[in-house]
Design a protein around this ligand. Structure first.
Ligand code: HEM
Ligand SMILES: Nc1nc2c(c(=O)[nH]1)N[C@H]1C(S)=C(S)[C@@H](COP(=O)(O)O)O[C@H]1N2
Ligand SMILES: [Mo]
Length: 419
């Protein structure tokens, strides 16, 4: 059987393709994928190291990762982690597209499989490409829509396990391909970058494929192609980074999926989950509301009683797993003072529960460091006024460097535990 359609080598005519171009793009990919892996697993450690067992509530966080628990300083740690993860992830898209374009003829090689070893490599390539596309797609989907689409599909778990498939197949790929890359750079160095359009020369054809290339005249030089890919990638990053960095950079954050300024006034900063969408009944947040504390003793406090306790004010960010952040000035009662009131001043963790009756985000567990940091608050006020209902009135958790998902709103109950 002779090759037909895209399986014919001569159908792939661009002389820009080849090991050198693939190698240069791979350097960029290696850096950004490295950032993705490190920040992705750190995020996992930060808020749900027991994925599956205990899901979003965390729990026993102190015991995780060889005794290392997610810290509270610097306060912007999680902001930086998720900002990097999401921005580098989006910046990867044009480079992944260019890399796939550069190696596209390989997907159509003929015969498709030459030996058992070749079959294994093809399988690992399938896993690599599949998991990469899945990670990029599910990540973008997540920052754009959160859980609302694909009901019943656990994005976080799928993204997490895809990352392991990705890591394994990437390692195999790097081991198999590094000799090709070394040869490409040894033979050409960075020279192909300096070539003008007229000089563009075809790379040596794959020795395993017989048919010689009949090069077309490319529309772009290699330098032009790499410039285009690099500029697109940097542009994507620039248009998204403002949602993490804040300040004036928000103005150019055109890719940010959410409005940063839904209204004016001290409570006029963005809201992901409104009280209405969380099913909060406004009347339950008014005078009938009580904060229940459970430790070695039980206490119930009204909002007036909470406001009579020592109040503390800190400027702290909320940093969402989706990469956006918002830094505000919060006022409220220290979590550790509440632990004292419950007779559990030495508690190792606290389970915080919301008025919200269902959904994974209705509760969270904070670890020892998060509970005892002096800046960790049950916030009652923001920017000098009472919290608005959408920002968690009557009370919400604010803890430095805490993943946004754990800054529980509409808090109703806190249970202090040994750890
Ligand atoms: C090869 C690329 C990627 C790798 C290896 C990777 C890896 C990871 C890992 C391990 C996690 C932690 C999951 C957990 O908490 O259990 C994570 C979370 C996350 N990733 Fe990625 N990721 C990649 C690409 C992306 C992209 C392109 C985006 C979006 C632009 C993205 C957005 C997110 C978000 C929003 C989370 C937080 C999910 C949540 O906890 O709610 N990721 N990633
Ligand atoms: N009860 C409750 N608290 C919650 C949430 C929620 O859905 N329900 N969302 C969390 C998430 S994901 C983030 S990032 C922060 C800030 O979200 P916001 O913009 O909805 O206030 O609040 C957290 N607190
Ligand atoms: Mo979030």
């Amino acid at each position: 059987m002779s090759p037909s359609g895209p399986f014919q080598r001569e159908r792939w005519t661009s002389p820009l393709r080849g090991p050198w171009l693939a190698s240069v793009l791979s350097v960029g990919l290696a850096v950004l994928f490295g950032v993705e892996l490190v920040t992705g697993y750190l995020s996992h450690a930060a808020y749900q190291p027991q994925l599956g067992a205990n899901d979003l509530t965390g729990g026993g966080l102190d015991q995780q990762l060889f005794g290392w628990a997610w810290p509270t300083s610097p306060a912007w740690l999680y902001l930086a982690n998720q900002g990097l993860h999401v921005v580098a992830g989006v910046a990867l898209i044009p480079i992944v597209a260019a890399k796939l374009w550069a190696v596209m003829p390989k997907f159509y090689k003929w015969p498709p499989v030459r030996s058992p070893a070749d079959a294994l490599e093809r399988l690992s390539l399938g896993l690599l490409v599949g998991s990469t596309l899945f990670l990029l797609f599910s990540g973008v989907w997540n920052i754009a829509y959160w859980y609302s689409a694909f009901r019943g599909f656990d994005f976080v778990a799928a993204h997490y396990y895809a990352a392991w498939v990705f890591l394994g197949s990437l390692l195999a790929h790097v081991i198999i391909k590094s000799p090709v890359m070394v040869r490409a750079f040894r033979e050409h160095g960075l020279r192909p970058l300096g070539q003008s359009l007229a000089d563009t020369i075809p790379e040596p054809a794959d020795p395993q494929t017989s048919a010689p290339l009949a090069p077309a005249t490319p529309a772009l030089s290699r330098r032009g192609l790499l410039g285009l890919v690099g500029a697109t990638s940097a542009g994507f990053a620039l248009l998204l980074a403002g949602q993490s960095i804040g300040g004036v950079t928000r103005g150019i954050s055109l890719f940010a999926p959410r409005r940063q300024d839904p209204g004016g006034g001290p409570n006029g900063f963005q809201v992901n989950k409104t009280a209405a969408s969380a099913g909060i009944k406004p009347e339950e947040t008014q005078s009938a509301w009580r904060l229940t504390l459970r430790g070695t003793r039980a206490r119930e406090l009204s909002r007036t009683e909470l406001l009579a306790l020592p109040q503390h004010t800190y400027q702290l960010p909320i940093a969402c797993v989706e990469g956006w952040s918002t830094t505000q000035t919060w006022t409220g009662v220290r979590l550790r003072d509440l632990a004292d009131l419950a007779g559990s001043g030495d508690a190792g963790q606290v389970l915080v529960e919301s008025l919200q009756s269902d959904g994974v985000l209705r509760q969270a567990t904070l670890n020892r460091g998060q509970l005892h940091d002096e800046r960790s608050l049950l916030a009652l006020r923001v920017n000098g006024v009472d919290l608005s209902l959408d920002h968690g009135f009557p009370a919400r958790v604010i803890v430095p460097a805490l993943p946004g998902v754990h800054n529980t709103k509409w808090v109703a109950k806190m249970t202090f535990e040994a750890a």
